[in-house]
Structure formats: C-alpha cells, structure tokens
Design a protein around this ligand. Structure first.
Ligand code: PMP
Length: 494
C-alpha cells in the first residue's frame, strides 16, 4: 500500500482567494517543498472535501487543474497520486506568466461569483437564484426545425457585414417596432450577447474616470466590465417605480458641459430586484438626462418578458434625440448559448462600435445569426415567447405563494410582473457568506444580494426561471429551515 498523504491544513475562509485556488497552491507548495513525494497517494475526493470543509466540486476543480499540470495522476476512483515533483522547475519557467496574471486592465471577477460560475455546473445543486432559463423549457422542436431550414438554405459560412447579417438586422428592426422602438437596420449592431455590447460601449464611448450611474442594486455591479475600463459605478437607490434619478443631481459636475457621466439602467423587470420602472419615471428620467446631457444605456434584457398586460414602453420609445442606446439579447428569452444580442443607437455610434467589434471578433457567430433570423422570420419566436411567458407567470405565482407561506414573518420581497427575479430581504441581519456556504451543504446554490449591491445587505436574488414550481418550493422550505437554524445558533452564541 502506497504511503497516503496526511493533511491537517484547511483553506482560509476569510481570504479573498477562492478555496479551489488555495487548495491548488497548498498542493504546489507541498510538492515543491518535498513534503509530498512522488508516489504518495491522495485521500479520496470525499475525504478531501471533508478535510478541507469545502464542497466536492471545489476539490474536483482543484484536482483537475493539478492533473492538467501533471502534478498528480490517476483516475479518482482508482486512487490518485503525486506524479511529479518537477513543479518547482515548472513554476520557475511559468513565473513570467504568474506575475502577469493579475496585472492586465481587466479585473478579476469577485470570488463569490467565480464560485457560483463553477458551482452552476454541479448537477446536484438546486439553483435558487440563477439568471438563466430552465434548459427544460428550451424549444427543442422549433430549434430542430430552424436548424434544418438553415441547413438547407445556407450554403457557406463566411464573415458577415461589420454590423451583422443584414436580414437579421431588418427582422430585429421589425420586431422592435412591436415594442415601440422605431429604428432601421443601419442603426442596429449585432453583438455576441449584450455583455459584448456593454464592453464595446465601455471601451469605445466612455472616458476613463467617468461616472456610470446605475440602480442600486444592479446586475452591472456584479461584473467588472465597466470598472475594468476605469469607469466608476455609482449606485442610485430605487423605489417601487424604479431609479430615484433626482439623487444624481448633487453628484453631477456644476456645468452640464463638464459632465462625462452616463446612466445605465435595466428599467423593465430589473435584475436583480424584478422592479419595473413606471412610464412616468421613464419619461422623467429621460428629461432629467436630456437637461443634464447624460446619455442613457438602456438594458432591455427582460423587456419582452413582462406578463399579463404589464408591459411598459422602453425608454428608447420616448427618445427623440438619440440619447438612448438600447440593448437587447436572445439570452433571456431563447438561449444564452446562441450569444446573440443587439444594440440600437444613432448611426455614427453603431458604425464606431461595429468597427471596434470587427477588430475584436469579426462578428457574432454566423450560424447563430442565421438561426435567430429563422426564429424571427418564421414567427416561431413570437409564438414561443407567448407560451414561455405563461409558464414563467405560473412559476412566479407559485414562488410568491411559497414565499408567503414560509417567509412572511422573517422577510420582505418584491412582487414582480415579469422577468426572472424576486428580491428577498431578511428583516434580521444575515451573514451572507455563512448562509451561502451553509446552503451549499444543504444542496442549494444561492445568489447573495451583496454581489449586486454597493453595500452589505440582507438580501437574496431569487429566480423562478431555472427551476420548476416543486423545486422552488423544496429549495425555499430548506432555505427557511436553514435560516432559522443559523439564527438560533447566532442567538445562542450571543
Ligand atoms: N444584461 C442583463 C440585465 C442581464 O441580466 C444579463 C445576463 N445575466 C446580460 C445583460 C448579459 O446577457 P448576454 O447573455 O446577452 O450577454
């Protein structure tokens, strides 16, 4: 029997370095120091996750990376062992990269999000806050129909025009008309998802050091796209009608001319709160921005997911002066894997961004563009969207009932009329990291509210889009028990 490694080390939970990275570093330093010799056997994955007090997926991520370096080998079931101690040599040759890893302009994602991004692929976890449609709702038959038609009609797959497939831009213009946006193909840029649109805007149109006013909380705060371009995100609070835009006033430079600020807003079915900005607030916000010469980036990711008669005009509908750049995406309605988004802006802006996009990736996937064109042109998209909204509405109604039954005495929450999200706020303080880790142990993946906010909060972003009614109920009731347990433990410690 080979000598088994003994471990009495644990990742530091208070560190900002993700646990899997700490585990990798621990193995590397143990191997390079000679503490772990070639041929020594590692404890099982289950045992390691117990020893390190981390989820098994964290261990398997670290193990996979160590295997890719050649430091360990073997299939996990049959035992894994230290395979090489040449790491110290390797490390030296890699050092030129390791010192550069964090020195580029693009900032690292916050560690909780890095963890969520990984844990989303852990099948056993129930995802109670995921911002993605349930894969079981994917319209497989329509997809196959679209693929088969595209397969017959498209006979080559070259690069497309700088702004994207012309026919697709025509269809998107036609589609946008239905939601109140009058535009033409030359004012539309097809992007690889709306995240790319945000990135293009941040590097091409905004000056480093400028302020970007966003709702507090905001999806944008959970990313580093704008911050990486040297922009400063400033949170503006919301009420039930949306962003309280007047709170920007004291933060502006005295002369409108000097202002380089912009507004980024998700007015419809906001991520993460589910709030819909009222029509009145939309008009007032636009007036305010016009007066103070503040351009607006309107993220319409959930614009077409309003249930019942509750849809609001996009802010772009009120825009007579080309102040608003509107972003749309197929990610929330159909599939994020298509990586298809669109941006509507004055022609000069679209041309500038299209030129930058060509330098970055030479266009969004041609296959995806043809397929999405087929979805729009055939009318399949509208029919499907209609059915999708009725499924989501049922899930929302169920989620609100489940919350009323379980959380009325300990929390408050928003009551959305569309989109994916409910914002749940506990009345008593919670330590979100503690709750996040404890929930994982109970098989639930949470999206803590802090990720999206400018200050600590007691909130969670819940989503009813990824899981069924019964899964939501199961997740929410487990969560409730967990909260009560944590609060009683906390009470005892006081
Ligand atoms: N904007 C908002 C408000 C979102 O919620 C998301 C996805 N979470 C995106 C943009 C990015 O979507 P895409 O897949 O189109 O890049």
């Amino acid at each position: 029997m080979k000598n088994c490694i003994e471990i009495s080390w644990k990742p530091d939970r208070t560190s900002s370095i993700p646990a899997y990275q700490q585990i990798i570093d621990f193995f590397l330093s143990s191997v390079s120091s000679g503490a772990f010799a070639v041929g020594m056997r590692l404890p099982s994955q289950r045992k390691l996750s117990e020893l390190f007090e981390v989820n098994r997926s964290t261990v398997s991520t670290a193990i996979a990376e160590l295997s890719s370096y050649g430091i360990i080998k073997g299939s996990y079931g049959a035992g894994t062992e230290i395979a090489s101690n040449t790491w110290s040599v390797l490390l030296k040759s890699n050092q030129s990269w390791s010192k550069h890893v964090l020195s580029g302009n693009f900032k690292e994602n916050i560690s909780t999000l890095q963890m969520i991004n990984q844990l989303e692929f852990e099948r056993s976890l129930l995802r109670l806050g995921t911002g993605e449609l349930d894969p079981r709702l994917f319209p497989v038959k329509l997809w196959q129909k679209a693929l088969s038609r595209v397969g017959k009609e498209v006979v080559s797959l070259g690069y497309l025009e700088p702004l994207g497939l012309y026919e697709l831009r025509c269809e998107i213009a036609r589609h946008l008309k239905k939601i109140g946006i009058n535009t033409s193909p030359k004012c539309i840029l097809i992007t690889s998802g709306s995240l790319q649109a945000l990135q293009l805007i941040s590097v091409c149109l905004l000056k480093s050091g400028s302020k970007v006013f966003v709702e507090a909380p905001s999806y944008l705060k959970s990313l580093q796209v704008f911050q990486s371009a040297g922009l400063e995100l400033t949170g503006i609070s919301m009420d039930k009608d949306g962003m309280e835009y007047w709170k920007m006033l004291p933060l502006l430079k005295p002369s409108a001319k000097e202002n380089t600020s912009v507004v980024y807003t998700i007015p419809s079915n906001h991520n993460p709160t589910g709030i819909c900005m009222s029509d009145k607030r939309r008009e007032e916000l636009l007036d305010f921005c016009l007066t103070n010469r503040i351009p607006v980036i309107e993220d319409g990711a959930y614009q077409e997911l309003s249930f019942d008669d509750c849809s609001f005009n996009p802010i772009k509908f009120f825009d007579q002066n080309g102040m608003v750049i509107y972003l749309g995406t197929a990610s929330k309605t159909l599939s994020p894997g298509l990586r298809i988004g669109w941006l509507v802006a004055p022609q000069a802006v679209v041309k500038r961004l299209g030129d930058a996009k060509m330098q970055m990736d030479y266009g969004a996937s041609s296959v995806s563009q043809y397929i999405f064109l087929e979805f729009l042109r055939s009318g399949m998209y509208d029919d499907y969207l209609f059915r999708l909204k009725s499924v989501l509405k049922k899930r929302l109604d169920n989620a609100l009932n489940v919350l009323s039954e379980n959380f009325s005495s300990i929390a408050d929450w928003t009551k959305p009329h569309g989109g994916f999200y409910i914002w749940l706020t506990f009345r008593a303080p919670i330590r979100s990291e503690l709750l996040f880790n404890a929930a994982i142990k109970e098989g639930i993946l949470l999206n803590p509210g802090d990720i999206y906010d400018f200050k600590d909060n007691n909130s969670l972003r819940l989503s009813y889009a990824y899981i069924t009614e019964s899964e939501f109920e199961k997740g929410a009731t487990t969560l409730k028990k967990l909260i009560i347990k944590l609060q009683s433990e906390h009470g005892r410690k006081k």
